[in-house]
Design a protein. Structure first.
Length: 168
């Protein structure tokens, strides 16, 4: 089983890198066979979710993400599953599910900036403009090497938490 899973993951990664639908379909077929053979394996479900996402089959990916998380996925796979599920929900217009999923991801993996940025995008979609901008400004100022932005670092950090403040 482990060899077949490793082969499927390599195919999926190659198919994604090359944007080759035939390779992705080969990986998808192999993973679906593995899901049928090992229905209680969270990692196989997760990899099947990812290959569906990579293949443009986002709706098909959702139940595999959900089940993999329910079955106890952990560590970096859980981190990626929460990001994948949250971004897929958002892409399909399930904005509140996206926010809920991505918030969980940020709580469990607070240093993952990709989760934070995807949460900000989902917050935008739910009219959470202030929180979205706070998250984006914080990530921008914490990661930039742009000298002009860094010159204003203190002000940007302050205003990221006080967007509505006006001097009287």
């Amino acid at each position: 089983m482990r060899e077949r899973l490793t082969e499927a993951i390599k195919l999926r990664e190659e198919g994604r890198a090359k944007q080759d639908p035939a390779i992705l379909e080969k990986a998808r077929t192999l993973l679906l066979d593995l899901v049928n053979a090992y229905p209680d394996d969270a990692e196989i479900k997760f990899q099947t979710a990812v290959v569906n996402d990579n293949s443009g089959l986002e709706k098909e990916a959702i139940p595999f993400y959900v089940k993999s998380i329910e079955q106890g996925l952990s560590g970096s796979d859980l981190e990626r599953a929460l990001l994948g599920l949250g971004s897929t929900y958002r892409y399909l217009g399930y904005y509140h599910q996206a926010v809920e999923t991505l918030r969980r991801g940020v709580r469990e993996f607070p240093y993952n900036r990709a989760l934070q940025v995807h949460l900000a995008i989902a917050l935008y979609n739910t009219q959470g403009y202030k929180e979205a901008l706070e998250i984006l400004l914080t990530n921008l100022i914490e990661t930039t090497s742009d000298e002009k932005l860094l010159y204003f670092k203190r002000g940007i950090e302050y205003y990221s938490q006080h967007l509505d403040e006006i001097k009287k």
